[in-house]
Design a protein around this ligand. Structure first.
Ligand code: CS2
Ligand code: MG
Length: 408
């Protein structure tokens, strides 16, 4: 069996999805997602210029060797651009393998460990009452878990994932438009004073059963993160996400030493080498890796197994920048993983998105139910894809009030 060609498409309804289609001499094709939010043209160029010319003629069934060929062969290992490109190839090869076997991918991993996988949605508000409305909206739809973010009184700009004005709509508010980034102004003291009480009010309002998550988005120093994690202990968070950047990983011990609040980290990691120490030292409770920019199913499955040995559960990244293809790859892993925790799920099921990526996967009552179609169980309508063009965007930058650059 041979790979005969591959194409890359950039664009989509409201998002620049980077979609890879690998064709074979047996008529079976595989699909992969290389979307790297706000840098989408870069993995696409890596695929087009270097990887696809090498793929032609390879046997798609040798997905492990192909992964090693590209990863080791690059010499300069890792990084989000390369790993997103390898990730798309790897997903597409697993898709082909599943179609050849006539089985959904979860069967190739070891079968179902559960019927539905719990997902969480993003509740957000310009202020606390606004947030409460947003949480209510998701509870009414049957969600058992919500990530909650709200505006901080006196913060000079709306902060991460919060609408600028009351009643502002959407799950994902940050303005990515244009190549030049917008600026957010951050005030740690105001956040530290306000947010623990706000989270306690959410708990009080919705009772003990709701799973409440909160994303600090890398804004605190390790000591501050430890103080915050301790302060929110009575809330009983399901997780506290990215309390501090995970570059200096030893610093995370400070959080562990001062609090039992569960910690979730990993959405910016690209390989097992970014998280093996965090997992082995049991400094986190959830690993937030994504199958796109962590290099695909092959390496992520190894991370899931390592995590399982250390009581770390999965909580894969699922921001709206992931296309239904990588979300399906994660859904198959979620269906199998013995140490599954929760899945962030924000691919908006718009008619346009469903038309571009038809599938039988479904979300119901805050649970994701994977379809039994062979492979990933998602198709790709190339004609639909031609309706969309690449739209440049950028993550905002964050500054402190005095102008010092901070972490988005
Ligand atoms: C966020 C992300 O979903 C999350 O938890 O941290 O939305 C993140 O801001 C984006 O993926 C950045 O591209
Ligand atoms: Mg996050």
């Amino acid at each position: 069996m041979k790979i005969t060609g591959a194409k890359v498409y950039v664009g989509g309804p409201g998002k620049n999805y980077v979609t890879l289609k690998i064709m074979t001499d047996q008529g079976i094709y595989g699909l992969g997602d290389a979307t790297l939010n706000n840098r989408e043209t870069l993995p696409a160029a890596y695929l087009q210029d270097y990887l696809i010319p090498n793929l032609i003629g390879m046997d798609p069934r040798t997905s492990e060797d192909i992964w090693q060929f590209f990863y080791r062969g690059a010499y300069f290992r890792g990084g989000p651009i390369a790993m997103a490109a390898f990730g798309a190839i790897d997903m597409a090869l697993w898709d082909i393998k599943g179609k050849l076997a006539g089985m959904p991918l979860y069967q190739l991993f070891g079968g179902k460990s559960r019927d539905g996988a719990m997902v969480y949605a993003h509740a957000t508000g310009a202020d606390l009452p606004d947030l409460m409305e947003s949480v209510t909206h998701y509870i009414e739809q049957g969600y058992q878990a919500v990530r909650v973010q709200c505006g901080i009184p006196g913060m000079p700009t709306a902060s991460y994932a919060v609408p600028a004005a009351k009643g502002g709509k959407g799950d994902f508010i940050t303005d990515f438009g244009g190549i030049r980034p917008k600026t957010e102004i951050w005030d740690t003291d105001k956040y530290m004073r306000y947010m623990p009480n706000a989270l306690a009010e959410v708990r009080q309002c919705f009772g003990p059963d709701l799973k409440i998550l909160h994303d600090v988005h890398h804004r605190l120093l390790p000591r501050e993160a430890a103080e915050f994690a301790k302060a929110v202990e009575p809330v009983g968070l399901y997780w506290l996400e990215d309390p501090t950047p995970a570059e200096n990983q030893d610093a995370l011990r400070l959080i562990r030493h001062h609090s039992t609040t569960p910690i979730a980290i990993g959405e910016v990691f690209n390989s097992i080498w970014d998280c093996n120490k965090l997992i082995e030292n049991e400094l986190i409770d959830f690993i937030r890796i994504a199958v796109t920019y962590a290099g695909g199913i092959t390496p992520v499955k190894r991370i899931v197994d390592l995590a399982g040995m250390h009581h770390v559960k999965t909580g894969f990244h699922g921001a709206p920048s992931h296309s239904p293809i990588s979300m399906a790859a994660q859904a198959h892993l979620n269906t199998w993983a013995p140490n599954f925790g929760i899945q962030e799920y924000l691919v908006l099921g718009t008619p346009e998105c469903d038309a571009m990526f038809p599938s039988e996967h479904r979300i119901q009552g805050g649970m994701f139910f994977v379809s039994d179609a062979p492979g990933l169980g998602v198709d790709f309508d190339e004609h639909e894809a031609t309706k969309y063009e690449y739209v440049p965007g950028s993550h905002p930058i964050v500054r402190l009030k005095d102008g010092t650059l901070w972490n988005y």
